[in-house]
Design a protein around this ligand. Structure first.
Ligand code: AMO
Length: 435
Protein backbone atom coordinates (compact mmCIF):
# COMPACT_ATOMS: atom_id res chain seq x y z
CA UNK A 1 0.00 0.00 0.00
CA UNK A 2 1.34 3.41 -0.83
CA UNK A 3 1.12 6.22 1.72
CA UNK A 4 1.09 9.98 1.35
CA UNK A 5 3.83 12.27 2.66
CA UNK A 6 1.70 13.51 5.56
CA UNK A 7 0.97 9.94 6.69
CA UNK A 8 4.63 8.96 6.55
CA UNK A 9 5.98 11.89 8.59
CA UNK A 10 5.32 10.46 12.02
CA UNK A 11 7.59 9.06 14.74
CA UNK A 12 5.58 5.79 14.66
CA UNK A 13 6.89 5.08 11.16
CA UNK A 14 10.59 5.44 11.97
CA UNK A 15 12.37 2.20 11.02
CA UNK A 16 9.40 0.93 9.02
CA UNK A 17 9.23 0.29 5.30
CA UNK A 18 6.88 2.52 3.33
CA UNK A 19 5.94 3.17 -0.27
CA UNK A 20 4.97 6.54 -1.72
CA UNK A 21 3.82 7.53 -5.18
CA UNK A 22 4.38 10.96 -6.58
CA UNK A 23 6.47 13.29 -8.70
CA UNK A 24 10.02 14.55 -8.45
CA UNK A 25 9.60 18.05 -7.04
CA UNK A 26 13.26 18.83 -6.45
CA UNK A 27 16.36 16.82 -7.24
CA UNK A 28 19.92 17.13 -6.03
CA UNK A 29 22.43 14.56 -7.23
CA UNK A 30 25.65 14.26 -5.24
CA UNK A 31 28.58 11.93 -5.58
CA UNK A 32 26.98 9.01 -3.77
CA UNK A 33 23.39 9.99 -3.13
CA UNK A 34 20.48 11.55 -4.94
CA UNK A 35 18.16 13.64 -2.77
CA UNK A 36 14.70 13.45 -4.27
CA UNK A 37 11.93 15.63 -2.87
CA UNK A 38 8.76 13.73 -3.76
CA UNK A 39 5.44 15.54 -4.11
CA UNK A 40 2.41 13.34 -3.49
CA UNK A 41 -0.96 13.79 -5.13
CA UNK A 42 -2.09 16.18 -2.37
CA UNK A 43 0.80 18.54 -2.94
CA UNK A 44 2.70 17.48 0.22
CA UNK A 45 6.40 16.66 0.00
CA UNK A 46 8.93 14.35 1.65
CA UNK A 47 12.60 13.71 0.92
CA UNK A 48 13.77 10.32 -0.30
CA UNK A 49 17.48 9.49 -0.58
CA UNK A 50 18.65 6.98 -3.20
CA UNK A 51 22.07 5.76 -4.24
CA UNK A 52 22.87 8.07 -7.14
CA UNK A 53 23.07 5.30 -9.78
CA UNK A 54 19.50 4.20 -9.00
CA UNK A 55 18.18 7.72 -9.63
CA UNK A 56 20.36 8.39 -12.67
CA UNK A 57 17.52 8.79 -15.16
CA UNK A 58 15.32 10.92 -12.89
CA UNK A 59 14.32 14.41 -13.98
CA UNK A 60 12.07 17.06 -12.40
CA UNK A 61 8.38 15.99 -12.57
CA UNK A 62 9.15 12.35 -13.41
CA UNK A 63 6.40 10.22 -11.88
CA UNK A 64 7.69 7.55 -9.50
CA UNK A 65 6.93 5.03 -6.81
CA UNK A 66 9.56 4.89 -4.07
CA UNK A 67 9.93 2.27 -1.34
CA UNK A 68 12.28 2.58 1.60
CA UNK A 69 12.78 2.89 5.35
CA UNK A 70 11.59 5.95 7.26
CA UNK A 71 14.17 7.78 9.32
CA UNK A 72 14.17 10.93 11.36
CA UNK A 73 16.81 13.50 10.50
CA UNK A 74 16.63 17.11 11.58
CA UNK A 75 18.39 18.11 8.35
CA UNK A 76 15.65 16.62 6.18
CA UNK A 77 13.51 19.41 4.69
CA UNK A 78 9.78 19.77 5.38
CA UNK A 79 9.36 18.15 8.74
CA UNK A 80 12.58 16.30 9.57
CA UNK A 81 11.62 12.88 8.20
CA UNK A 82 13.04 11.17 5.16
CA UNK A 83 12.96 7.85 3.37
CA UNK A 84 16.13 5.81 2.80
CA UNK A 85 15.18 4.55 -0.64
CA UNK A 86 15.45 0.86 -1.57
CA UNK A 87 13.26 0.38 -4.63
CA UNK A 88 12.37 2.88 -7.29
CA UNK A 89 9.77 2.36 -9.97
CA UNK A 90 9.60 5.01 -12.66
CA UNK A 91 6.25 5.54 -14.38
CA UNK A 92 7.32 8.33 -16.71
CA UNK A 93 10.64 10.09 -17.18
CA UNK A 94 9.64 13.72 -17.60
CA UNK A 95 11.19 15.72 -20.44
CA UNK A 96 14.35 17.43 -19.26
CA UNK A 97 13.02 20.80 -20.40
CA UNK A 98 10.34 21.18 -17.68
CA UNK A 99 9.60 24.90 -18.01
CA UNK A 100 8.85 25.80 -14.38
CA UNK A 101 11.88 26.51 -12.24
CA UNK A 102 12.30 28.35 -8.97
CA UNK A 103 12.21 31.89 -10.41
CA UNK A 104 9.78 32.55 -13.23
CA UNK A 105 7.99 35.55 -14.63
CA UNK A 106 4.30 35.85 -13.77
CA UNK A 107 3.50 35.72 -17.46
CA UNK A 108 5.30 32.39 -17.99
CA UNK A 109 3.55 30.93 -14.97
CA UNK A 110 0.22 31.93 -16.53
CA UNK A 111 1.18 30.58 -19.97
CA UNK A 112 2.16 27.28 -18.34
CA UNK A 113 -0.62 27.25 -15.75
CA UNK A 114 -1.44 23.60 -16.50
CA UNK A 115 2.00 22.81 -15.06
CA UNK A 116 2.35 25.74 -12.64
CA UNK A 117 -0.60 24.44 -10.67
CA UNK A 118 1.78 21.79 -9.35
CA UNK A 119 3.67 24.49 -7.43
CA UNK A 120 3.10 24.62 -3.71
CA UNK A 121 1.78 28.16 -3.89
CA UNK A 122 -0.97 27.12 -6.29
CA UNK A 123 -1.73 24.00 -4.26
CA UNK A 124 -2.09 26.13 -1.12
CA UNK A 125 -4.34 28.59 -2.98
CA UNK A 126 -6.50 25.76 -4.33
CA UNK A 127 -6.91 24.29 -0.85
CA UNK A 128 -7.94 27.61 0.69
CA UNK A 129 -10.39 28.13 -2.15
CA UNK A 130 -11.85 24.63 -1.67
CA UNK A 131 -12.45 25.40 2.01
CA UNK A 132 -14.13 28.70 1.17
CA UNK A 133 -16.50 26.88 -1.18
CA UNK A 134 -17.06 24.07 1.31
CA UNK A 135 -17.90 26.37 4.24
CA UNK A 136 -19.99 28.63 2.03
CA UNK A 137 -22.15 25.65 1.10
CA UNK A 138 -22.29 24.46 4.70
CA UNK A 139 -23.52 27.82 5.94
CA UNK A 140 -26.46 27.78 3.54
CA UNK A 141 -27.31 24.15 4.25
CA UNK A 142 -27.15 24.66 8.04
CA UNK A 143 -29.38 27.73 7.78
CA UNK A 144 -32.10 26.15 5.66
CA UNK A 145 -31.40 27.72 2.26
CA UNK A 146 -31.98 25.52 -0.78
CA UNK A 147 -29.28 25.10 -3.42
CA UNK A 148 -30.46 25.73 -6.98
CA UNK A 149 -28.88 25.99 -10.42
CA UNK A 150 -29.69 28.76 -12.89
CA UNK A 151 -28.85 28.70 -16.61
CA UNK A 152 -25.66 30.39 -17.82
CA UNK A 153 -26.93 30.96 -21.37
CA UNK A 154 -29.44 33.79 -21.21
CA UNK A 155 -31.21 36.48 -23.20
CA UNK A 156 -31.01 39.45 -20.85
CA UNK A 157 -28.37 41.67 -19.25
CA UNK A 158 -28.37 41.97 -15.47
CA UNK A 159 -25.35 44.16 -14.89
CA UNK A 160 -25.41 46.44 -17.93
CA UNK A 161 -24.92 45.78 -21.63
CA UNK A 162 -21.27 46.80 -21.87
CA UNK A 163 -19.86 43.66 -20.25
CA UNK A 164 -22.02 41.09 -22.04
CA UNK A 165 -20.42 38.19 -23.89
CA UNK A 166 -22.51 37.57 -26.97
CA UNK A 167 -22.89 34.12 -28.44
CA UNK A 168 -24.63 32.49 -31.37
CA UNK A 169 -27.33 30.29 -29.94
CA UNK A 170 -28.58 28.17 -32.87
CA UNK A 171 -30.34 30.81 -35.01
CA UNK A 172 -30.56 33.54 -32.41
CA UNK A 173 -28.35 35.72 -30.28
CA UNK A 174 -27.86 34.98 -26.62
CA UNK A 175 -25.44 35.95 -23.85
CA UNK A 176 -23.33 34.34 -21.16
CA UNK A 177 -24.91 35.08 -17.79
CA UNK A 178 -23.55 37.97 -15.70
CA UNK A 179 -25.53 36.91 -12.63
CA UNK A 180 -28.10 34.28 -11.67
CA UNK A 181 -30.08 36.90 -9.75
CA UNK A 182 -33.10 37.24 -12.02
CA UNK A 183 -33.57 33.45 -12.07
CA UNK A 184 -33.16 33.17 -8.31
CA UNK A 185 -35.85 35.84 -8.00
CA UNK A 186 -38.20 33.58 -9.98
CA UNK A 187 -37.45 30.65 -7.67
CA UNK A 188 -38.24 32.27 -4.29
CA UNK A 189 -41.98 32.16 -5.00
CA UNK A 190 -42.07 28.41 -4.58
CA UNK A 191 -38.71 27.44 -3.07
CA UNK A 192 -38.24 30.14 -0.42
CA UNK A 193 -34.67 31.22 0.36
CA UNK A 194 -32.40 29.89 -2.40
CA UNK A 195 -28.72 30.10 -3.25
CA UNK A 196 -26.50 29.09 -6.14
CA UNK A 197 -22.88 28.88 -7.12
CA UNK A 198 -22.47 29.37 -10.86
CA UNK A 199 -19.90 30.95 -13.12
CA UNK A 200 -20.70 34.52 -14.11
CA UNK A 201 -19.18 36.12 -17.18
CA UNK A 202 -18.21 39.74 -17.66
CA UNK A 203 -16.47 41.13 -20.74
CA UNK A 204 -14.41 43.44 -18.50
CA UNK A 205 -12.29 45.55 -20.78
CA UNK A 206 -10.02 46.84 -18.07
CA UNK A 207 -7.00 45.02 -16.70
CA UNK A 208 -7.19 45.18 -12.94
CA UNK A 209 -6.09 42.97 -10.08
CA UNK A 210 -9.71 42.27 -9.13
CA UNK A 211 -11.56 41.58 -12.39
CA UNK A 212 -11.90 38.30 -14.21
CA UNK A 213 -13.90 37.59 -17.35
CA UNK A 214 -15.25 34.44 -15.70
CA UNK A 215 -15.72 34.20 -11.94
CA UNK A 216 -17.45 31.96 -9.39
CA UNK A 217 -20.53 33.74 -8.17
CA UNK A 218 -22.19 32.80 -4.90
CA UNK A 219 -25.68 34.25 -5.00
CA UNK A 220 -28.68 34.15 -2.70
CA UNK A 221 -32.23 35.43 -2.77
CA UNK A 222 -35.12 35.32 -0.29
CA UNK A 223 -38.75 36.48 -0.06
CA UNK A 224 -40.20 38.73 2.67
CA UNK A 225 -36.88 40.25 3.75
CA UNK A 226 -35.64 43.71 4.68
CA UNK A 227 -32.28 45.17 3.69
CA UNK A 228 -31.07 44.60 7.25
CA UNK A 229 -32.03 40.89 6.98
CA UNK A 230 -29.87 40.57 3.86
CA UNK A 231 -26.90 42.35 5.41
CA UNK A 232 -27.10 40.04 8.44
CA UNK A 233 -26.96 37.00 6.17
CA UNK A 234 -23.94 38.40 4.34
CA UNK A 235 -21.96 39.23 7.48
CA UNK A 236 -22.76 35.89 9.11
CA UNK A 237 -21.89 33.92 5.99
CA UNK A 238 -18.58 35.74 5.41
CA UNK A 239 -17.56 35.49 9.08
CA UNK A 240 -18.39 31.76 9.19
CA UNK A 241 -16.43 31.07 6.00
CA UNK A 242 -13.42 33.03 7.23
CA UNK A 243 -13.28 31.60 10.76
CA UNK A 244 -13.52 28.02 9.51
CA UNK A 245 -11.16 28.48 6.58
CA UNK A 246 -8.51 30.13 8.76
CA UNK A 247 -8.75 27.21 11.18
CA UNK A 248 -8.77 24.45 8.56
CA UNK A 249 -6.13 26.02 6.33
CA UNK A 250 -3.72 27.40 8.92
CA UNK A 251 -0.81 25.54 7.30
CA UNK A 252 -1.58 26.76 3.78
CA UNK A 253 -2.11 30.36 4.92
CA UNK A 254 1.20 30.22 6.78
CA UNK A 255 2.87 28.91 3.62
CA UNK A 256 1.34 31.87 1.74
CA UNK A 257 2.75 34.15 4.50
CA UNK A 258 -0.73 35.41 5.34
CA UNK A 259 -0.90 36.98 8.79
CA UNK A 260 -4.31 35.82 10.07
CA UNK A 261 -4.56 37.95 13.22
CA UNK A 262 -7.11 40.35 11.69
CA UNK A 263 -8.99 37.60 9.87
CA UNK A 264 -9.58 35.81 13.17
CA UNK A 265 -11.37 38.93 14.44
CA UNK A 266 -13.87 39.03 11.57
CA UNK A 267 -17.27 38.55 13.11
CA UNK A 268 -20.67 40.30 12.91
CA UNK A 269 -21.68 43.08 12.99
CA UNK A 270 -19.87 44.87 10.17
CA UNK A 271 -20.14 48.65 10.21
CA UNK A 272 -22.84 50.19 7.95
CA UNK A 273 -21.38 53.36 6.46
CA UNK A 274 -23.76 55.67 4.59
CA UNK A 275 -22.71 56.56 1.05
CA UNK A 276 -22.97 60.32 1.71
CA UNK A 277 -20.55 59.96 4.63
CA UNK A 278 -18.16 58.02 2.37
CA UNK A 279 -18.19 60.87 -0.15
CA UNK A 280 -17.55 63.41 2.64
CA UNK A 281 -14.60 61.36 3.95
CA UNK A 282 -13.10 61.02 0.47
CA UNK A 283 -13.64 64.74 -0.20
CA UNK A 284 -11.89 65.66 3.03
CA UNK A 285 -8.91 63.64 1.82
CA UNK A 286 -8.93 65.53 -1.48
CA UNK A 287 -9.83 62.40 -3.41
CA UNK A 288 -10.08 63.01 -7.17
CA UNK A 289 -11.96 61.08 -9.85
CA UNK A 290 -10.85 60.73 -13.44
CA UNK A 291 -13.42 61.89 -15.97
CA UNK A 292 -14.05 60.42 -19.40
CA UNK A 293 -11.79 62.96 -21.12
CA UNK A 294 -8.96 62.07 -18.74
CA UNK A 295 -9.18 65.24 -16.63
CA UNK A 296 -9.57 65.03 -12.86
CA UNK A 297 -12.06 66.62 -10.50
CA UNK A 298 -12.98 66.33 -6.85
CA UNK A 299 -15.26 63.39 -6.00
CA UNK A 300 -18.90 64.42 -5.49
CA UNK A 301 -22.27 63.01 -4.41
CA UNK A 302 -23.58 60.85 -7.27
CA UNK A 303 -20.22 59.30 -8.24
CA UNK A 304 -19.98 55.53 -8.13
CA UNK A 305 -17.18 54.19 -5.97
CA UNK A 306 -14.12 53.18 -7.99
CA UNK A 307 -11.36 50.71 -7.15
CA UNK A 308 -9.22 53.64 -5.98
CA UNK A 309 -11.89 55.18 -3.77
CA UNK A 310 -12.63 51.80 -2.18
CA UNK A 311 -8.94 51.25 -1.57
CA UNK A 312 -8.63 54.65 0.08
CA UNK A 313 -11.67 53.97 2.22
CA UNK A 314 -10.65 50.54 3.45
CA UNK A 315 -6.86 50.66 3.58
CA UNK A 316 -6.68 51.09 7.36
CA UNK A 317 -9.74 48.98 8.21
CA UNK A 318 -9.34 45.54 9.78
CA UNK A 319 -12.95 44.34 9.31
CA UNK A 320 -15.27 44.49 6.30
CA UNK A 321 -17.81 47.31 6.08
CA UNK A 322 -21.07 47.85 4.23
CA UNK A 323 -21.60 50.99 2.21
CA UNK A 324 -25.35 51.68 2.28
CA UNK A 325 -27.63 54.31 0.76
CA UNK A 326 -26.21 54.64 -2.74
CA UNK A 327 -27.97 57.03 -5.11
CA UNK A 328 -30.28 54.88 -7.19
CA UNK A 329 -28.81 56.41 -10.36
CA UNK A 330 -25.52 54.50 -9.94
CA UNK A 331 -27.28 51.17 -9.32
CA UNK A 332 -28.91 48.76 -11.82
CA UNK A 333 -32.61 48.80 -12.76
CA UNK A 334 -33.61 46.14 -10.25
CA UNK A 335 -32.54 48.02 -7.09
CA UNK A 336 -35.52 49.13 -4.98
CA UNK A 337 -35.83 52.81 -4.16
CA UNK A 338 -36.11 53.77 -0.48
CA UNK A 339 -39.70 55.04 -0.07
CA UNK A 340 -38.58 57.21 2.87
CA UNK A 341 -35.64 58.64 1.01
CA UNK A 342 -36.26 59.47 -2.61
CA UNK A 343 -33.40 58.85 -5.03
CA UNK A 344 -31.66 56.46 -2.63
CA UNK A 345 -31.43 52.74 -3.36
CA UNK A 346 -31.97 49.98 -0.80
CA UNK A 347 -28.69 48.37 -1.75
CA UNK A 348 -25.34 47.81 -0.09
CA UNK A 349 -21.84 46.73 -1.07
CA UNK A 350 -19.57 44.87 1.29
CA UNK A 351 -16.00 46.17 1.17
CA UNK A 352 -13.14 44.03 2.45
CA UNK A 353 -10.48 45.76 4.57
CA UNK A 354 -6.84 46.61 3.83
CA UNK A 355 -7.70 48.06 0.44
CA UNK A 356 -9.25 44.91 -1.03
CA UNK A 357 -12.60 46.62 -1.65
CA UNK A 358 -15.91 45.25 -2.88
CA UNK A 359 -16.48 41.54 -2.40
CA UNK A 360 -20.27 41.43 -2.47
CA UNK A 361 -23.21 43.47 -3.53
CA UNK A 362 -26.88 43.11 -2.68
CA UNK A 363 -30.10 44.63 -1.51
CA UNK A 364 -33.83 44.77 -2.02
CA UNK A 365 -35.34 44.41 -5.48
CA UNK A 366 -37.86 46.73 -7.11
CA UNK A 367 -41.17 44.87 -6.84
CA UNK A 368 -43.43 47.32 -8.68
CA UNK A 369 -43.95 46.56 -12.37
CA UNK A 370 -44.41 50.16 -13.53
CA UNK A 371 -41.27 51.54 -11.87
CA UNK A 372 -39.28 48.58 -13.03
CA UNK A 373 -40.35 48.89 -16.67
CA UNK A 374 -39.43 52.59 -16.64
CA UNK A 375 -36.00 51.85 -15.19
CA UNK A 376 -35.31 49.05 -17.70
CA UNK A 377 -36.04 51.54 -20.52
CA UNK A 378 -33.88 54.22 -18.87
CA UNK A 379 -30.90 51.85 -18.95
CA UNK A 380 -31.41 51.49 -22.71
CA UNK A 381 -32.57 47.88 -22.34
CA UNK A 382 -35.56 46.36 -24.09
CA UNK A 383 -38.40 45.45 -21.68
CA UNK A 384 -39.43 42.70 -24.13
CA UNK A 385 -36.24 40.81 -23.19
CA UNK A 386 -37.44 40.90 -19.56
CA UNK A 387 -40.96 39.72 -20.27
CA UNK A 388 -40.74 36.71 -18.00
CA UNK A 389 -38.96 38.68 -15.27
CA UNK A 390 -41.68 41.34 -15.29
CA UNK A 391 -44.24 38.54 -14.82
CA UNK A 392 -42.76 38.09 -11.33
CA UNK A 393 -44.02 41.62 -10.52
CA UNK A 394 -47.38 40.84 -12.11
CA UNK A 395 -48.25 37.61 -10.34
CA UNK A 396 -47.94 37.85 -6.58
CA UNK A 397 -45.03 40.27 -6.25
CA UNK A 398 -43.50 40.39 -2.74
CA UNK A 399 -40.76 42.39 -1.03
CA UNK A 400 -37.59 40.41 -1.59
CA UNK A 401 -33.86 40.73 -1.85
CA UNK A 402 -30.53 39.01 -2.11
CA UNK A 403 -26.86 39.40 -2.90
CA UNK A 404 -23.97 38.18 -5.01
CA UNK A 405 -20.52 37.45 -3.65
CA UNK A 406 -17.41 36.97 -5.78
CA UNK A 407 -15.56 33.87 -4.55
CA UNK A 408 -12.25 34.96 -6.09
CA UNK A 409 -12.51 38.40 -4.45
CA UNK A 410 -13.08 36.72 -1.08
CA UNK A 411 -10.21 34.26 -1.60
CA UNK A 412 -7.95 37.12 -2.71
CA UNK A 413 -8.57 38.90 0.56
CA UNK A 414 -8.21 35.76 2.71
CA UNK A 415 -4.92 34.82 1.05
CA UNK A 416 -3.69 38.41 0.64
CA UNK A 417 -3.04 37.62 -3.03
CA UNK A 418 -1.71 40.45 -5.11
CA UNK A 419 -3.75 39.54 -8.17
CA UNK A 420 -7.15 37.88 -8.47
CA UNK A 421 -5.65 35.59 -11.15
CA UNK A 422 -3.75 33.82 -8.36
CA UNK A 423 -7.00 32.63 -6.79
CA UNK A 424 -8.20 30.56 -9.73
CA UNK A 425 -6.42 27.70 -11.44
CA UNK A 426 -7.24 28.67 -15.02
CA UNK A 427 -7.98 32.42 -15.05
CA UNK A 428 -9.93 34.05 -17.84
CA UNK A 429 -9.21 37.70 -18.55
CA UNK A 430 -9.39 40.07 -21.50
CA UNK A 431 -5.98 38.90 -22.68
CA UNK A 432 -6.09 35.26 -21.61
CA UNK A 433 -8.27 32.36 -22.64
CA UNK A 434 -5.63 29.58 -22.62
CA UNK A 435 -4.60 27.20 -21.20
P1 AMO B 1 -22.16 42.78 -8.98
O1 AMO B 1 -22.05 43.09 -10.42
O2 AMO B 1 -21.69 43.84 -8.03
O3 AMO B 1 -23.66 42.49 -8.57
O4 AMO B 1 -21.40 41.42 -8.68
C1 AMO B 1 -21.46 40.83 -7.43
C2 AMO B 1 -20.08 40.44 -6.94
O5 AMO B 1 -19.44 39.63 -7.90
C3 AMO B 1 -18.06 39.89 -7.91
N1 AMO B 1 -17.64 40.33 -9.25
C4 AMO B 1 -16.50 39.96 -9.86
N2 AMO B 1 -15.50 39.17 -9.46
C5 AMO B 1 -14.47 38.97 -10.31
N3 AMO B 1 -14.40 39.52 -11.54
C6 AMO B 1 -15.38 40.33 -11.99
N4 AMO B 1 -15.31 40.83 -13.21
C7 AMO B 1 -16.50 40.58 -11.13
N5 AMO B 1 -17.64 41.29 -11.25
C8 AMO B 1 -18.32 41.13 -10.11
C9 AMO B 1 -17.81 40.96 -6.89
C10 AMO B 1 -19.15 41.62 -6.74
O6 AMO B 1 -19.32 42.21 -5.48
N6 AMO B 1 -26.72 40.64 -9.22
C11 AMO B 1 -25.87 41.57 -8.51
C12 AMO B 1 -25.77 41.29 -7.03
C13 AMO B 1 -27.10 41.38 -6.30
O7 AMO B 1 -27.58 42.49 -6.08
O8 AMO B 1 -27.62 40.29 -5.95
C14 AMO B 1 -24.47 41.53 -9.12
O9 AMO B 1 -24.12 40.71 -9.92
O10 AMO B 1 -17.41 40.34 -5.68
Amino acid sequence: MSLRAGQIKSSENVGKQVTIRGWVYRLRKQKENAFVLIRDDRGDVIQCVFPVEKAASLTIESSIEATGIVSQDARAPEGGYEIKGKDLKIYNVAGADYPIGEYQSDELLLDKRHLALRTRKMVAMAKVRASVLDFGRRWFVENGWMEVTAPTIVKGAVEGGSTLFKLKYFDEEAYLSQSAQLYLEAMIFSLGPVWSLTPSFRAEKSRTVRHLAEFSHLEAEAPWVTLEDILKVEEQLVSYVIQNTVRERAEELAYLKRDTVDLKKVEPPFERVPYDKVIKVLKSKGFMVTQEDGSKREIQFGDDLSIDSERELTKNATKPMFVVGYPIAVKPFYVKEDSDNQGIGLAADMLAPQGFGEISSGGLREDDIVSMTTRIRKEGLDPAAYDWYLDLRKYGSVPHGGFGLGIERLVRWITNAEDIKDTVLFPRTMSRVTP
